[in-house]
Every structure is written in C-alpha cells, then in structure tokens.
Design a protein around this ligand. Structure first.
Ligand SMILES: [Zn+2]
Length: 277
C-alpha cells in the first residue's frame, strides 16, 4: 500500500468540545504536526447511519441505515473491501455494528467478539457490544484498553488500515450534557490516553485521522440538523495537500480520502472527492 492509515472515531464529540478540550491534539496542531478541519456529518446525524456513511462514502438515503435499529450487512463497497482488493490487511477495534455492516450480520457473541480471518473484509476484528447500555451504566470499555488493542493489531498483525471507535464521549454526553465538569474531565482523560499512543502509531509509519461520527447538542442529543449535532473536528497527522482551514469537509469525503492516501481503488459508488491531494 502507498500509505498505512488509522482512523480513530470518538463517537459523539462535537467540534466545539474537540477544539476546547483536546489539549494534546490542539498542541500538535499548534506545533504544525497536525492539521484540523471542520467536518459535517450526514443526516440523520445518528450513530449507525454515520458509521455506514463514513465507511461507504454514500448517504443514509442510499445505504438505508436510517436508525440505530436498522442493522444489516451494507451492500455498498467500503474502506475494508477496497483495502482488501488492493492487497492490504485490515483491522477493527469497534462497536459490533461495524462488524455487522461490513462483514456479517447478525452479530454472534461468541463467534464474532474477536476474529482473525485471512480472507474476510475485516482481517482482525476485536469488538464490543455495550449490551445493557443505559443512562445509569455506560457499559463502554476503557479507552486505554481500546487504544492498546489497536496498537497490538498494528504491531502483531501488521495491518495496513485500522479503525478504532469508542462510545465513551457519546455516552457521557447523553448522560450529562456538555456544559459540565463530567464532560470536561471525560475529554481531558481520553485526550491524554490517546496522546500516549498516537506518537507510537506515527513512528510505526501510520497516517492518523482523529474525528467523530457526529456532534451533540448541549442537552446531549443528536440525529438532527445543525452545527451542534452535525459538526465535528477532523485532525490529520499525515501528508498530502488539504483545503484551506475554513473549508467545511463533507463526511462522505472521508472514505475516498483514506483510499486515495492508501492507493486503494475507489469504487463507483463513492462520488465525493478526496479532500487531500
Ligand atoms: Zn455516535
């Protein structure tokens, strides 16, 4: 592959929280090691719909994932299928929805919680379901564990493309909203955990994207339209020429951008253009 890429999705972190609270990411922007753009999520700005659009580059109206209840194997080509077509190795450390959308559905707890499959679209999958999730009990794994697991996949299995997705901040937002000490601390904590691993990924030859699937309102809601629910930060640690800093990226550009960086074929269904040249 031309480049190796890691995509880190911090579920539910709005643009305004990223820019205020992610001190390590912002420090790397300030020192010139990273760039940051605003990216607008698809509609509905609902998690499952955004996951499917991030990876296929098509709208929810096309892939038909219209709610967190419409979970099935998505038909369109996606980042995993295209990286595999180019001979690359893939890995995922995510919520189980990603396995269902891009490998197989329904999710079998024992068979699918962890797999290593040489021929699959996802070669090395490590998943969690958040079963039992609710207002009083987030049921999210520690982000430290997730970051370490992704690092293990890069170093033990030599993946070319890896995605990590964590629901910690989304769950905190639904529970507490955004103008509160709990969210200040949650952002501070995940930013520090990420900062311990990010230099190691870059040293190992990866280009890295840190972004979110959608934002959240101050009350902790998303699904609808508006800057608060739709706009997220996209941090880029890698090469290529990007647009001016005030350009708002379209979430549908993410998949073709990653494939372009990696030198993998872009399927006909992905109509949006790469934002990196
Ligand atoms: Zn989400």
């Amino acid at each position: 592959m031309k480049n190796k890429v890691l995509l880190i999705i911090l579920d539910g972190q709005p643009w305004r929280d990223a820019r205020r609270y992610m001190g390590n990411l912002e420090g790397w922007v300030q020192s010139g090691e990273a760039r940051v753009w605003k990216m607008r999520a698809v509609l509905p700005s609902t998690s499952a719909c955004c996951y499917a659009s991030i990876h296929t580059g098509v709208t929810p109206q096309e892939h038909n994932v219209v709610s967190n209840q419409s979970i099935f194997r998505v038909k369109q080509a996606d980042i995993f299928s295209q990286v595999r077509a180019a001979g690359g190795k893939t890995g995922a450390v995510t919520h189980s929805f990603w396995s269902e959308f891009f490998n197989r559905a329904p999710f079998d707890m024992v068979r699918d919680i962890e797999y290593d499959e040489a021929d699959g679209p996802i070669n090395h999958g490590r998943f969690h379901t958040m079963t039992g999730y609710g207002h009083k009990n987030q049921m999210t794994p520690s982000d430290e564990d997730l970051f370490a697991t992704l690092t293990m996949l890069t170093e033990r299995h030599g993946i070319d493309y890896g995605i990590l997705h964590t629901c910690t901040l989304d769950s905190m937002g639904h529970r507490f909203g955004h103008d509160c000490e709990q969210m200040d601390h949650a952002c501070f904590t995940i930013d520090a955990m990420l900062a311990h691993y990010l230099p190691r990924w870059i040293k190992n030859g990866f280009e890295v994207i840190v972004t979110a699937d959608h934002g959240q309102s101050d009350r902790g809601h998303h699904g609808g339209r508006g800057e608060d629910q739709q706009d997220v930060a996209l941090y880029w640690f890698g090469g290529g020429e990007g647009p001016k800093e005030d350009v708002v990226l379209d979430q549908l550009q993410l998949a073709p951008t990653i494939l372009t960086r990696m030198g993998a074929p872009i399927p006909e269904t992905m109509k949006a253009k790469s934002f990196l040249k």
